[in-house]
Design a protein around this ligand. Structure first.
Ligand code: CA2
Length: 147
């Protein structure tokens, strides 16, 4: 069975608690439940992880090799800073779909740069929590599935 890791980075555990005008009212638990339910619809296994720590995210990407077929990654603010995450993605040679709740290109200029984008299959941003569903569909389509 196709297996996908949905990996969320720093502060995304706060989803739904603050800044709903930017990130919506959906909690991380809601997002993870949505991903699991959509995985069932697609007939794939979805595992969700979140960490506030860059090294733990690097470990999760490295550990994904041989376990998962691809990764949906919302690296949070590390998107804009982390060469380590960029290198980890290159290192594992797994397809990664970059995902952001907000439209990072319509926000502060420091959010316009992504160290993930050059090594991702593609990016989905600006569609809120629904973006996770779109990202799963995009990843399964990329892997040769039906979506
Ligand atoms: O739009 C996204 O998904 C982001 O990855 C979210 C990051 C931000 O640094 C990126 O530029 C874009 C921030 C996640 C913080 O989430 C919070 C949610 C509620 C309250 C406080 C933070």
């Amino acid at each position: 069975m196709t297996s996908v890791l949905v990996l969320n980075g720093p502060n995304l555990n706060l989803l739904g608690t603050r800044q709903p005008e930017i990130y919506g009212k959906t909690t991380l638990a809601d997002v993870e439940a949505m991903c699991a339910a959509h995985g069932q619809t697609l007939g794939i296994q979805v595992t969700c992880l979140q960490s506030n720590h860059e090294g733990a995210l690097v470990d999760a990407i490295q550990d994904a090799k041989g376990v998962y077929d691809g990764v949906v990654l919302n690296a949070g603010a590390y998107t804009h800073t982390s060469i380590a995450l960029h290198d980890a993605i290159v290192g594992v040679e797994l397809p990664v779909v970059e995902l952001h709740l907000s439209n990072i290109h319509a926000r502060e200029t420091f959010r316009h740069t992504s160290f993930i984008a050059p090594v991702a299959v593609g990016m989905i941003c600006g569609f809120g929590a629904r973006g996770y569903i779109l990202a799963l569909d995009a990843l399964i389509g990329h892997l040769g599935g039906t979506s």
